[in-house]
Design a protein around this ligand. Structure first.
Ligand code: ADP
Length: 561
């Protein structure tokens, strides 16, 4: 626009200069021509009067003194040239056919103009019939209008340059004044300025005011949209669930932080890219196909080792599908819990089925009288032993159930650890004697703030394992050591030990090391799971050090308070 206005103004100025110059030149030329003709006629008349008065012989010397820009010719009636101030009459042809001479002969006065051969000049002729014998002709030469214009060209060019220069300065200033307020307003859309601060032509005020109002309306809308976008971003980026918005061609329109973390990508890089760039998982891409064709999704899928519940649906506006949405909810914990529950139920059923099958078998033989008298006692003992296994399992399950419910309601109290160790030793002494294992306690008398029944359970399980997985003549040593704000309770045995790669698994529910020696030792596989559960509930730590055929040491660290 700026260039357009500028160009038009310059063109107008140049054109005007040209036209004015031409008109002025033509007008001046016409005036010049008129005055030249009038003066030529006057001179012809006065010369003719003189000639008529004095006669040719007397007038001739006078003619010699006239200014030599005038050409004076005296022509006889016959057209023969009698005198010519510019040339010898002998060299001149008969003038009888010249228009001015013919006209003078007919009307007493004649006029003609003729161009020179170069067209640069023209000659004006004025002829007057002096008497019956002679005609006087006066001629003067003036430049033609073309020549005049040609001579004007350098001045015209100078004038044009000056006009262009001046008008470009003026045009620039004018354009600036005209456009500045509009440019200023439009160039600062993001940061509106007040139009009161600008110098504006009155005629432009309504336009500028309208632009200003529209600009403010746009700015308000931008602010509103920005706020809405910020709010949506804030919500979606603080969501723990992954959220992905797609257009109909499966291009990612928005992806929140959680979704970007699930696919291990930078969210910003994926805006505008096709979903396939995010993941090549065929199942997930199938989900995208479905949601972008307005179908609902509700499935659980495994992605990078985690389980996600994926909800999806199409996005509609005015009854037209414009894209789709996916919501990914991490349900790994629930899935694992479900898995554990299933495994747990299967394990419990299995562990119960084995002794019950044995009991049922023995009982059936007894009931049918198929057992010899001397073996009845043996059978009864087997039934008693298997019932003991079931009871032990049920007891462990009850404890685990209680632990799963939480033991926070159990009151902590000052607990003498040495006393509990002694009590457990007393209860397990017969078992230890039977296994030829010696029980020893070392360390200080220690009291801590804890739940005594839970400590009893921990110690019972650890010492029981120390006896069960020991060798004859072996030992189980319980040591109590105070370390700052904590106490360390360790139970070390000199038994069969646990292979290194299985040391972390022994804390799993129902896990039992399938080792030739431990295979025949009765147990539920729940003892250490219970111990670990209690220690964690009490805020402590548990670790195991073991070497095959050397022995095992399990250490429990608890806070004193
Ligand atoms: P269990 O009822 O079988 O003893 P636990 O949970 O107490 O169940 O122990 C799990 C497994 O860890 C046991 O089956 C055993 O193989 C191994 N284990 C536990 N304590 C010891 C130990 N002191 N020495 C060797 N092996 C052990």
């Amino acid at each position: 626009m700026r260039k357009g206005i500028f160009r038009s103004l310059l063109l107008l100025a140049s054109f005007s200069t040209l036209i004015i110059t031409l008109i002025t030149t033509m007008t001046s030329y016409t005036l010049l021509e008129k005055s030249t003709i009038a003066s030529l006629e006057n001179q012809a008349k006065s010369l003719a009067t003189g000639l008529a008065t004095f006669g040719w012989e007397d007038y001739y010397p006078l003619l010699q003194q006239l200014p030599n820009n005038l050409r004076i010719t005296i022509v006889e009636e016959s057209g023969e040239v009698l005198y010519d101030s510019f040339a010898s009459p002998n060299n001149l042809e008969n003038h009888g056919d010249r228009p001015e001479i013919i006209e003078a002969k007919r009307y007493g006065i004649g006029f003609a103009k003729r161009f020179s051969t170069t067209l640069t000049h023209q000659t004006f002729y004025s002829a007057i019939q002096v008497n019956d014998q002679i005609i006087l002709r006066v001629a003067t030469q003036v430049q033609t209008i073309y020549n005049m214009i040609k001579n004007m060209i350098p001045y015209l060019l100078i004038a044009l340059i000056l006009v262009l220069l001046i008008s470009s300065i003026i045009a620039n200033k004018l354009v600036d004044t005209l456009l500045y307020p509009i440019e200023k307003l439009t160039s600062s859309l993001t940061e509106p300025i007040s139009y009161d601060q600008l110098t504006i032509y009155d005629e432009l005020l309504p336009l500028v005011r309208t632009i200003h109002q529209q600009q403010q309306a746009i700015q308000d809308q931008i602010d509103t949209l920005k706020n809405e976008r910020d709010t949506i971003n804030l919500i979606s980026n603080n969501m723990r669930e992954g959220l992905i918005l797609l257009d109909q061609t499966a291009k990612v329109l928005a992806i929140n932080q959680s979704a970007a973390s699930i696919f291990e990508v930078d969210a910003k890089q994926f805006i505008g890219k096709s979903f396939i760039h995010l993941t090549r998982n065929p199942d997930l891409n199938r989900c995208v196909e479905l949601v972008t064709s307005n179908q609902h999704i509700d499935i659980i899928m495994e992605l990078s080792g985690k389980f996600y519940h994926i909800y999806g649906c199409g996005v509609e506006t005015d009854g037209k599908i414009i894209g789709g949405m996916l919501l990914l909810v991490d349900v790994t914990a629930e899935q694992l819990a479900q898995q554990l529950r299933t495994e747990f139920t299967a394990n419990v059923s299995h562990e119960l089925r084995t002794p019950i099958t044995s009991i049922s078998g023995y009982a059936e033989l007894l009931a049918r009288g198929m057992v010899a008298e001397k073996d009845i006692q043996n059978f009864a003992e087997k039934i008693y032993h298997e019932t003991g296994r079931i009871k032990e399992l049920i007891d462990d399950l009850i404890i685990l159930g209680k632990l799963d419910e939480g033991i926070s309601q159990l009151e902590k109290e000052s607990t003498d650890l040495s006393a509990i160790v002694e009590q457990v030793f007393n209860r397990l002494q017969p078992k230890a004697e039977q296994a030829q294992v010696q029980l020893t306690k070392i360390g200080d008398e220690l009291s801590i703030l804890t739940v005594p029944s839970m400590i009893d359970e921990v110690l019972y399980n650890l010492i029981d394992n120390g006896i069960k997985y020991n060798k004859p003549q072996g030992t189980v040593t319980v040591s109590l050591v105070e370390e700052g704000e904590t106490v360390k309770i360790s139970v070390a045995d000199t038994g069969i030990g646990i292979p290194k790669h299985l040391q972390t698994r022994i804390f799993e529910r129902f896990y039992r090391v399938d080792q030739s020696r431990s295979k025949h030792v009765p147990g539920t596989g729940l003892g250490l799971a219970i111990v670990k559960h209690i220690v964690h509930t009490l805020g402590g730590k548990i670790s195991v050090h073991s070497q095959e055929e050397q022995g095992t040491e399990v250490t429990v660290t608890l806070n004193k308070y």
